[in-house]
Write a protein that binds this ligand. Structure first.
Ligand code: AMP
Ligand code: MG
Length: 649
């Protein structure tokens, strides 16, 4: 073992970071113990502004509702005893009193025996009366009299004082979240202002030199601040009042000043970024100076989300979320939302869950509770949950996913075929009408656009051509877009079809050499000449494609035995190749024409790739599949594809 002091130091710094990784449950328990019970601040609120807030006091009804006995119908206030013998055969005649009781008018005259007073719905019952007869059950009998042909029971059609809400009755309990029903009860009781839990003020800070706010131009090597927007929205969704304070560079003094001010003015502070190893533990050092007890957990056995840091500084929660947006979002919802909602006096979130079968094996890290985003589709016998994560750095997985499943810390995988519980992101599952699983292409969006506009829900899951074929064979999708080149037969796609699948021709994508415009090694040349010029220039760097990609076969043919600089850089997508060239990390590579053109790059066409669809025959008659086939064959669809640089087959 090395006794080199420098390496020992490096080791201890590293260990410092995640000295004790706590289980998710243990970390949450310690965090809550440090924060609760606590006094929950409240504030007065006008009824109209109290919606969604939690009452912080019990409310007793200050009056009876209704405040007086009143009529429930249009009719006549009567003495029920007068009508005891009334029937069709023997109607009773009542003399009308010289008064009409409208709503909002206090009666002046009593109802004496043998009389009745006209009364409107909502009118107060006059003295002497104990029942109402409906106008429909009476007949005029001369100028100021009526005939009644049925008996009236005492209290008939009368709502008595306090029958709705009785004075002194507990109207609403502390903790009740005020909705329109509660607002109605309070308004009926004459209450204009209530005491509600004050929304916890939550300061949100992003950290990182690389962060730029959306709306500003992106400088080289910078990225847009995603967490600031996510956390701000998630705080507001869960009863907090978020104050986004922007992105602070990785500078200890600047960050400390911002954190101190944020804590002085708010109830809670949520940072993101700067918590992974190597970033330097700037914010952790600062937390230690901000108040006691300080850090409660740094390193939680969650995936994504291990670098999560939980602290309490003089009673206020301070949290550092991991930098990757997906990790930030999961840890926030799993670990911070429960605490925030408690501070806002809101009940824990009640997430909707469904059972679904997992069609593929999902590997998982032993010792960490793992969250896996899934897309739901309808299988032959029940829901199927397709893992749709692209790694913790990806944000778009959220848009495609319907929810997530949890893999226990003690499991190292979830086996294919497992019946899993999926927590939904939204309260209802909406099963897609059309499911497309396979290789992604921007042309796909053009063809499915009319379906989406017609209200059909299209779900496309990008898993590559081979993954798509496997899903199609299992009958999990309607269509699998593929672009697989068979070396032996030198044909695309058809040789890869299995039983139960048929090929639907899609479009052709011109592949060729991509380069920066004006580069004379490539400009105006054929692909072969351009490759020769590139190989002749020792300083020229290429970008390759992954083994198995159809494009890779073209590259290898072009290069022969040559292995130029950059050959081992093998990204998995057409876009990554264009980005490498556009950003000068490479001088040339091979991509498809629409991608090269969208990046403003030069392009030398070489060979067409066939992007087709393996159609699951069994599902061909489904309306959404037919709509897709129609859109694919339509004039509009073909025109849109052509305009984007594809060649419809
Ligand atoms: P860090 O924990 O600061 O090392 O960040 C880990 C990764 O998350 C890096 O790739 C950061 O660029 C990224 N990241 C950090 N903060 C944000 C943010 N607010 N929005 C988007 N990405 C971020
Ligand atoms: Mg950072």
């Amino acid at each position: 073992m090395s006794q080199n002091p420098a390496s020992k130091k490096a080791e201890s710094v590293e260990q410092d970071q995640f000295l004790t990784v706590l289980s998710r449950e243990e970390a949450l328990a310690r965090f809550e113990t440090a924060l609760f019970p606590r006094a929950i601040p409240y504030e007065p609120r006008q009824l109209a502004d109290a919606l969604g807030r939690a009452l912080s006091e019990d409310i007793a009804a200050p009056i009876d509702v209704p405040p007086f006995d009143r009529s429930n119908v249009d009719g006549f206030a009567v003495r029920s005893a007068d009508l005891a013998s009334a029937s069709e055969a023997a109607p009773v005649r009542l003399k009308l009193n010289d008064e009409v009781i409208a709503c909002g008018v206090a009666p002046q005259r009593p109802v004496l025996s043998g009389t009745g007073t006209p009364i409107a719905t909502g009118g107060p019952l006059p003295r002497g009366a104990d029942a109402i007869v409906m106008v429909e059950h009476t007949q005029p009998a001369g100028a100021r009299a009526i005939e009644v042909r049925r008996a009236a029971s005492p209290g008939q059609f009368v709502a008595s004082a306090g029958s709705d809400i009785a004075r002194g009755e507990a109207l609403l309990r502390a903790g009740t979240v005020i909705g329109s029903r509660e607002i109605g009860m309070l308004a009926a009781s004459g209450i204009a202002e209530v005491r509600v839990t004050r929304k916890p003020r939550v300061a949100v800070i992003s950290t990182g030199d690389e962060l730029v706010q959306p709306g500003s131009a992106l400088r080289p090597a910078a990225i847009y601040d995603t967490n600031g927007a996510i956390v701000t929205a998630a705080v507001n969704e869960n009863g907090g009042a978020a104050r986004f304070l922007g992105a602070i560079p990785d500078d200890e003094a600047a960050l400390e000043a911002a954190m101190r001010q944020a804590l002085a003015e708010n109830d809670m502070l949520v940072l993101s970024g700067g918590t992974s190893k190597g970033a330097g533990d700037v914010s952790h050092r600062i937390i230690a100076r901000l108040g006691s007890p300080g850090i409660i957990a740094h390193g939680v056995a969650l995936k994504p989300g291990k670098p999560l840091c939980l602290a309490v500084c003089d009673g206020k929660p301070v949290i550092i979320l991991p930098g990757f947006p997906t990790s930030a979002m999961f840890t926030f919802h799993d670990m911070i939302v429960p605490v925030l909602r408690r501070m806002a006096s809101l009940a824990p979130r009640s997430d909707a869950k469904v059972a679904a079968k997992v069609p593929v094996r999902i590997a998982s890290e032993l010792g960490r509770t793992e969250f896996v985003m899934v897309s739901l589709i309808e299988g032959a016998d029940g829901l199927i949950a397709y893992p749709s994560g692209k790694g913790s750095g990806a944000i778009t997985s959220f848009a495609q996913a319907d929810g997530f499943l949890k893999i226990d810390a003690l499991a190292d995988q979830m086996q294919a075929g497992t019946e899993a519980e999926v927590t939904l992101f939204t309260p209802h599952v909406r099963v897609p009408d059309l499911v497309i699983i396979g290789s992604h292409c921007t042309g796909l969006d053009l063809v499915t656009a009319p379906l989406a506009h017609a209200g059909l829900m299209v779900r496309s899951i990008a898993v590559g051509s081979l993954g798509g074929l496997a899903a199609a064979r299992r009958g999990e999708c309607d269509l699998a877009p593929i672009h697989l080149f068979d070396d032996k037969s030198e044909t695309y796609n058809t040789p890869f079809l299995a039983e139960g699948l048929e090929l639907v021709s899609g479009w052709r994508r011109m592949q060729g050499i991509v380069f920066r415009k004006g580069d004379l090694r490539f400009e105006g040349k054929t692909a072969q000449d351009a490759a020769r010029a590139a190989l002749a220039d020792y300083a020229c760097i290429m970008v390759n494609r992954n083994q198995g990609a159809g494009t890779r076969i073209l590259i290898d043919r072009l290069l022969g035995e040559a292995r130029p600089d950059g050959y081992w850089n093998q990204p998995r997508s057409h876009n990554a190749v264009a980005a490498a060239v556009a950003q000068h990390r490479a001088d040339w590579g091979m991509t498809i024409a629409p991608v090269a053109h969208a990046s403003g790059l030069g392009f030398i066409p070489l060979a067409e790739e066939h992007y087709d669809f393996a159609l699951v025959k069994m599902r061909k008659q489904r309306p959404a599949v037919q709509a897709f086939l129609d859109a694919l064959a339509s004039e509009e669809g073909r025109a849109a594809l052509t305009k984007a640089g594809f060649r419809p087959a």
